[in-house]
Design a protein around this ligand. Sequence first.
Ligand SMILES: N[C@@H](CCC(=O)N[C@@H](CS)C(=O)NCC(=O)O)C(=O)O
Length: 217
Amino acid sequence: MITVYGSYNFPPFLKGIVRDLRVYWALEELNLPYDIHWMDSSKGEHRENPNRLINPFGKIPSMVDGAQRMFETGAIVLYLYENAGKAPQDAHARAEVNQWCFAALNTVEPVFLDIFRWGLFWKDKPGREWRYPELLGFADERLTDLARAMGEKHYLVGNAFGPADILMATVLDFAGHEPGIFEKHAAIRDYRERCHARPAYQRALAKQGVGPQANAA
Ligand SMILES: N[C@@H](CCC(=O)N[C@@H](CS)C(=O)NCC(=O)O)C(=O)O
C-alpha cells in the first residue's frame, strides 16, 4: 500500500495549494489505493521524524511505496505514472513528458510561487511595490509563451492528460488569487478549468487537509 505523508491543520486559503495535492491527484487519476499519514502543519510535524527520515528537507509531501521512499512532488508524480505502466515506452515521448514537468517546476513555478508569497504573505515586506508588479509581468510572459506552445492542444503532451498537467496546473494555482492574469490568456484559463473539472482532481481536493478524522470515518 502506498502511504502519502500529507498535512492538515493549515489555514483554509492553503487548500488547493499545499503540494501534497499533486500526489493525491496522481493517485486518483491512476486509481491506486493509498493511505495518508497525516502531519499537523500547525505543530510543524513535517519537520520531524518520521517525515524527516524520508524527506531530508522536512517538507510536505513525502511518499512510501514498499521499499521506495520518496520526496519531491515532480519525482513522485513521475514515479507513480511510470510504475503504473502509464509512461510512454518510447524514449523521445518520455523525454517530452519530462521536459514539460521540468518546465512547470523550473521555469513557471518560481514566478508563480513568488506571486503567491508576495501577494498573500509578504504584503508589508519592503520592496513589494515594485517586486509584485514585476512578478505579474513575468507571469504574463510565461502565460503568453505557454499559450503559444500549447496552441489548440487541450493538454501539454500528446493532447492527453498526464503528470506534466498535474504539475503545471498546480503551479498555476499559486496565482489563483489573481484571476486577472488568467483572464488575459483565455486558453490558459480554460486549461486550468479543464484540469480542475477532472473527477480525480475533485476527489484529491476533497481529501486534502481533512486530517486523521478521515481515517476514523
Ligand atoms: N520542491 C518541493 C517543495 C516542497 C515544499 O516546499 N512543500 C511546502 C508545502 S507546499 C512545505 O513543506 N512547507 C512547509 C515548510 O516549509 O515548513 C516539492 O515539490 O515537493
